[in-house]
Design a protein around this ligand. Structure first.
Ligand SMILES: *[C@@H]1O[C@H](CO)[C@@H](O)[C@H](O)[C@H]1NC(C)=O
Ligand SMILES: *[C@@H]1O[C@H](CO)[C@@H](O)[C@H](O)[C@H]1NC(C)=O
Ligand SMILES: *[C@@H]1O[C@H](CO)[C@@H](O)[C@H](O)[C@H]1NC(C)=O
Ligand SMILES: *[C@@H]1O[C@H](CO)[C@@H](O)[C@H](O)[C@H]1NC(C)=O
Ligand SMILES: *[C@@H]1O[C@H](CO)[C@@H](O)[C@H](O)[C@H]1NC(C)=O
Ligand SMILES: *[C@@H]1O[C@H](CO)[C@@H](O)[C@H](O)[C@H]1NC(C)=O
Ligand SMILES: *[C@@H]1O[C@H](CO)[C@@H](O)[C@H](O)[C@H]1NC(C)=O
Length: 304
C-alpha cells in the first residue's frame, strides 16, 4: 500500500528540476528576445516628450495641475554594453554597475518611501519605479540602511522597453534627501547636485554644477565584483525644462537668483565593460548543466 505514494513522491521530486529548468529556459529566452528586439537611436534613448511622455515623475498626493514632479535627470544609454542593461547583480548587470558607484538596493530588502510614476513615451504609459537605490556610504550590504536614516543620495529608475520605444535605456530620477527625521525633504539644489555627485564619483572630480552646459563631458572607470566599467558622460539639454515650476519641494530646493530647482540638464551615461572575472562564463553555464543532468535522470527513471 505504501508503494504507490512513494512512487508518486519520487516522481514529483524528480519533476522539480525539470520544472525549474523549463522556467529557467523560458526566462532566458524571454530576456534574449527583449534584448534582441531592442532598437536604439543614435542618442541612446528615445525622448519621452516626443511620444506623450515626460521627464518629470508624478508624485502621488501632490496637486500642481496634475501633480508635482521630480526630474528624471540621468539616463544610462541604450548604447551601453547590453550586459549592463540587464537588471541583475550577476554577470556584470545593472545592480553590479550601481554597486560600482557605491549604490545598493534598499535596506534589508524593505521598500520605504512613496512610489513615483513616469511615462517614458514607450507605450507602457505611467509606471511605478522599478526600485529605489540608495548611496551605501562604502558598505554594500548595510549602507543603504544608513542612507534611509541619515539621508543622502538616492534614485528611482525605470526602463524604456515598451513596444513604441524599446531602447533598453535606464531612466533615473536622482536626488539628495535629508534625514528621515526631516521627512526626507530634498536639500538645497538637491536634484542637480545629486546627479553631479554620481558623475563626480565616476570621474573623480568635483563637478561645477552651476557652470555646466550642454557641451560638458566627463569620463571615468568604476569597479565592483571583478567587473570594471568605463563610463562616458555627456550633459544634454532639451529633455527637461530649466525651471522650478511644478517641481516637488521647489521652494526649498531652488536658489533665488542663482539656479532653478531643475537646471534643465540630463547626464547621459554610456557604459562599457573593460574587465570581467575570467571564470564568469564557466560559472554561468555549470548550474544549467546540472539541471539538464537531473532532468535526464528524472525522465529516464520515470520511463523505467
Ligand atoms: C503603484 O504605487 C502605488 C503607491 O505606492 C500603489 O498603490 C499601486 O498599487 C502601485 N501600482 C502598481 C501597478 O504596482
Ligand atoms: C560622491 O558621492 C557622495 C554621495 O553622493 C558625495 O557626497 C560626494 O561629494 C561625491 N564626490 C564627488 C567628487 O562628487
Ligand atoms: C564658474 O564660472 C565662473 C565664471 O566663469 C568662475 O568664476 C567660477 O570659478 C566657476 N566655478 C566653478 C566651480 O568652476
Ligand atoms: C545648447 O544650449 C544652447 C542654449 O544654452 C542652445 O542654443 C543649443 O541649441 C543647445 N545645443 C544642443 C545640442 O542642445
Ligand atoms: C579607464 O580604463 C581605460 C582602459 O584601461 C584607460 O584607457 C582609461 O584611461 C581609464 N580612464 C580613466 C578616466 O581612468
Ligand atoms: C537656466 O536658466 C537660468 C536663468 O533662469 C540661467 O541663468 C542658466 O544658465 C540656465 N542653465 C542652463 C544649464 O542652461
Ligand atoms: C513651485 O511650483 C509651483 C507649482 O507647483 C509654482 O506655483 C511656484 O511658483 C513654484 N515656486 C517657485 C519658487 O518656482
Amino acid at each position: 500500500m505504501a508503494r504507490p505514494s512513494n512512487a508518486l513522491l519520487v516522481f514529483l521530486l524528480l519533476c522539480l528540476p525539470s520544472l525549474t529548468f523549463a522556467l529557467d529556459v523560458r526566462d532566458t529566452l524571454a530576456r534574449l528576445w527583449r534584448r534582441s528586439s531592442r532598437s536604439v537611436p543614435a542618442a541612446g534613448y528615445s525622448n519621452p516628450n516626443d511620444n506623450g511622455g515626460s521627464m518629470l515623475t508624478k508624485v502621488l498626493g501632490t496637486t500642481y495641475p496634475a501633480g508635482q514632479g521630480e526630474p528624471v535627470n540621468t539616463i544610462i544609454s541604450g548604447n551601453s554594453n547590453s550586459a549592463v542593461l540587464v537588471d541583475q547583480e550577476t554577470d556584470g548587470g545593472l545592480r553590479n554597475y550601481y554597486l560600482s558607484l557605491s549604490f545598493s538596493s534598499e535596506c534589508l530588502g524593505q521598500h520605504s518611501g512613496t512610489d513615483q510614476q513616469v511615462n517614458l513615451g514607450d507605450g507602457n504609459g505611467y509606471l511605478n519605479e522599478t526600485a529605489v537605490i540608495r548611496y551605501n556610504y562604502g558598505d554594500p550590504s548595510l549602507g543603504a540602511c544608513t542612507e534611509t536614516i541619515k539621508g543622502g543620495n538616492h534614485f528611482r529608475y525605470w526602463v524604456q522597453n515598451g513596444k513604441d520605444a524599446n531602447t533598453g535605456a535606464i531612466f533615473m530620477a536622482v536626488s539628495y534627501e535629508m534625514p528621515i527625521a526631516q521627512d526626507h525633504d530634498i536639500v538645497v539644489n538637491g536634484y542637480n547636485l545629486a546627479r553631479d555627485y554620481i558623475v563626480g564619483n565616476i570621474s573623480g572630480t568635483v563637478i561645477p554644477t552651476l557652470n555646466l552646459t550642454n557641451s560638458s563631458t566627463y569620463s571615468g572607470n568604476t569597479s565592483y565584483g571583478g567587473y570594471t566599467y568605463k563610463t562616458d558622460i555627456s550633459y544634454v539639454s532639451g529633455l527637461l525644462e530649466n525651471t522650478s515650476i511644478g517641481i516637488n519641494h521647489n521652494l526649498s530646493v531652488y536658489i533665488p537668483g542663482v539656479t532653478n530647482a531643475v537646471d534643465g540638464l540630463v547626464a547621459v551615461l554610456d557604459v562599457s565593460i573593460l574587465e570581467q572575472p575570467e571564470e564568469s562564463a564557466g560559472w554561468r553555464t555549470r548550474p544549467k548543466l546540472w539541471l539538464l543532468l537531473l532532468t535526464v535522470l528524472g525522465v529516464s527513471s520515470f520511463s523505467l
